[in-house]
Design a protein around this ligand. Structure first.
Ligand code: 0X9
Ligand code: ZN
Length: 303
């Protein structure tokens, strides 16, 4: 069975998603959101607790960066809570939205971190003789390769030869376009640093509805800290960590005009880094869900 006491492999995660769709046939639908260069599917689920009644959509994704294992485990934890929790806040946000949840959007890279190189970050498409992979969070077509990315194929932040050169980002962006008009919150989970990051990555300027979304993010960070005292910093990508272009969040914010687009950098702050012990999956999941509930209640109020 599936548990949150260890990190699951890609096949276990996909089997679990398929199992959920048979256990909750009226609520859970398995979706193929895209494909990979090694021929895998990018599987996710759509949850609708009011089938037939369209609700505003919330998108969650993780493991665009292969080594950030806590991000995928947190996403599956939250998915499970949305289906099973009896907490009134969780139930309110669960029941009142349609959910698009993709725990592993770089499955080739994720499998490679289990078989060969625990610290692999990128996709697995071959570039030239010796290099593999582009950074799928530098490959999207908004301000592509204009800062904080590399043109060297062996670099960990290789932007790719052109935007959407990766099958993963190309196919997933098409799927996102197809449902985009319904999405009110796009949330991408990464690790590590304990931050809630806001668009954009190319400039430290506070664009679009920055002030509103920052207020929502701060409320989220407050809720998160209440459970165990874990501190998160909230702010624009370029001013809070570094300039970075071609991210999924920035493309979604600009192209789909999603009101709330956020990138979480989950636990920890470098003590374990990407190698976060599995006994932190459940605490990280609980505190992150606390913040997500607050963020979505605030988002609903904003619209
Ligand atoms: O560099 C990244 O892609 C993210 N940090 S990580 O350590 N997980 O690799 C931050 C992404 C920030 N998002 C934008 N550039 N919009
Ligand atoms: Zn990342």
């Amino acid at each position: 069975g599936f548990s949150w006491t260890s990190y699951a492999r890609i096949d276990q995660i996909y089997d679990w998603l398929i199992m959920l769709s048979s256990q909750y046939p009226r609520i859970v639908t398995v979706i193929e959101g895209g494909r990979t260069s090694e021929g895998r599917r990018i599987l996710g689920v759509k949850l609708s607790f009011q089938p037939g009644n369209e609700r505003r959509g919330v998108w969650l994704d993780s493991l665009i960066h292969a080594r950030e294992w806590i991000a995928g485990a947190t996403t599956t934890f939250i998915l499970n809570e949305l289906l099973t929790s009896t907490d009134p806040g969780v139930r309110e946000v669960a029941d009142n939205h349609d959910w698009y949840i993709f725990p592993v959007i770089n499955p080739d890279g994720y499998e490679y971190t289990h078989t060969t190189n625990r610290l692999w970050r990128k996709t697995r498409k071959q570039y030239g003789v010796v290099c593999y992979g582009a950074d799928p969070n530098r490959n999207w077509g908004f301000r592509w390769n204009t800062g904080g990315s590399s043109s060297q194929p062996c670099s960990d932040t290789y932007a790719g030869p052109n935007s959407f050169s990766e099958i993963e980002t190309d196919t997933l962006s098409r799927y996102l376009r197809s449902i985009g008009q319904n999405i009110v919150a796009y949330i991408s989970f990464h690790s590590y640093s304990q931050m809630i990051l806001l668009p954009y990555g190319h400039t430290a300027r506070h664009l679009d509805n920055y002030n509103q979304v920052r207020g929502i993010g701060l409320r989220g960070a407050q809720s998160l800290a209440k459970r165990y005292g874990t501190q998160y910093v909230v702010g624009n990508v370029a001013e809070t960590i570094y300039v970075a272009t071609g991210s999924s969040m920035d493309w979604v914010k600009d192209t789909l005009k999603v009101p709330v687009a956020l990138t979480y950098e989950l636990r920890d702050k470098g003590n374990n880094g990407f190698l976060l012990p599995a006994d932190q999956i459940i605490p990280s999941g609980l505190e992150t869900l606390d913040s997500l509930v607050t963020i979505l209640l605030q988002t609903d109020r904003l619209l």
